[in-house]
Design a protein around this ligand. Structure first.
Ligand SMILES: [Mg+2]
Length: 230
């Protein structure tokens, strides 16, 4: 059956080629003089993630403000905070993400002419304002933010909710994402086709592809998604 719907993850998929938020923040932090390695940094990043999700007013924060806020929250917990400027970390991260979004924009515009598109994201309640700020909101007929809908990937209910909004069955849909457990296993379990966005060196998790073929396709750069869907 010809796919008619494409569901997409947001973070790490539309704004970076399969690189998660924590290593992206870590790269920006190191470039601005931070000294922790990724493993040590990641525990503080998780604290900042939790603080961000609890922040009053988070639902209204756009993309840039969310990055600036998380960099500030991170700056409050890092042991080497005295030597790293949170605003500079945020500026670097935001600039990199924006460049990837700009590169991806024409791809998304072409996809939107051929498919009904939806975003399905484990997010913090402010996915809509983020997509608005990036000028992407008009391309998506369904936006499912886990903090808004109450289910997180890989729970089937978040995928099924987006598919219901788009009046599509799972067999007629693709899911494109960078998180194997959340995006790929979750969608594949429903019978969706799956496209995993991951750097070439990232190994397929154990157990993948046993009942076959999961993922349906794999790409290293989001711009290669059109070739896979065609
Ligand atoms: Mg992601």
């Amino acid at each position: 059956m010809t796919p008619e719907v494409v569901l997409l993850d947001f973070g790490g998929t539309l704004d970076a080629d399969g690189v998660h938020w924590s290593p992206r923040f870590h790269m920006a932090y190191r470039a601005e003089g931070g000294t922790l390695d990724l493993a040590a940094f990641d525990s503080f990043f998780k604290l900042s993630d939790q603080a961000l999700a609890r922040l009053p007013g988070i639902a209204a924060l756009g993309f840039r403000a969310a990055i600036e806020t998380q960099a500030r929250l991170l700056g409050e917990v890092l042991p080497d905070r005295a030597q790293v400027n949170p605003a500079a970390v945020a500026r670097r991260l935001h600039g990199d993400a924006l460049a990837v979004v700009e590169r991806n924009r024409p791809v998304l515009e072409r996809l939107a002419r051929r498919y009904r598109l939806g975003v399905v994201s484990n997010f913090t309640g402010n996915l809509e304002p983020c997509l608005e700020e990036l000028g992407l909101a008009r391309l998506f007929a369904a936006v499912s933010d886990s903090a808004v809908v109450g289910w997180s990937k890989p729970d089937p209910r978040i995928f099924l909710g987006a598919l219901a909004t788009l009046s599509a069955r799972p067999e007629r849909a693709w899911m494109v994402g960078d998180n194997f457990e959340a995006d790929i296993r979750g969608a594949a379990a429903l019978g969706m086709r799956t496209c995993w966005l991951a750097p070439p060196e990232r190994p397929l998790p154990p157990g993948a592809g046993e009942q076959a073929p999961v993922p349906t396709a794999r790409i290293a750069r989001f711009v290669d998604v059109e070739r896979v869907l065609a």
